[in-house]
Design a binder for this molecule. Structure first.
Ligand SMILES: [Zn+2]
Length: 132
């Protein structure tokens, strides 16, 4: 039993990593949000300094789409980080949700919010790919 659980020290380390990651992600989200707010102000007729960009409307739309994509990705990441933090507090962190095996540190260091071990993750990805 004990071998399966991560030590408190390790959990604290990952908690720190996750909180740092969440702060960074929140900063990115805020940044995107501010750009979008500025963008919609332009379109509603604020002619101050941005009217020059009217010729680039096409690229603006592309940029806006890219921003929405990025924003959703970052929001998704926050959700994953919050779930991982919850798992830390419940002491179920670092255990694969499918097979119950311990997720190796090597993987947690790269993806601290990982829910599955590598083999379950690749199985899940194969399923998703087939569904398309
Ligand atoms: Zn697994």
């Amino acid at each position: 039993m004990a071998a399966r659980e991560l030590t408190t020290k390790k959990l604290e380390k990952y908690e720190e990593i996750l909180i740092r990651e969440r702060n960074q992600t929140q900063k990115i989200i805020k940044g995107i949000d501010e750009i979008q707010k500025r963008g919609s102000k332009d379109r509603s007729g604020d002619l101050s300094s941005y009217s020059v960009h009217q010729a680039d409307m096409g690229t603006d739309t592309d940029e806006a789409e890219k921003r929405v994509y990025l924003l959703n990705k970052e929001l998704e990441k926050i959700k994953k980080i919050n779930l991982a933090l919850k798992r830390i507090y419940e002491k179920s962190y670092g255990v694969c949700e499918i097979c119950g095996e311990t997720i190796p540190d090597k993987r947690l260091n790269i993806v601290p919010y990982a829910k599955y071990c590598i083999s379950c993750k690749s199985k899940e990805e194969m399923k998703t790919r087939r569904r398309r």
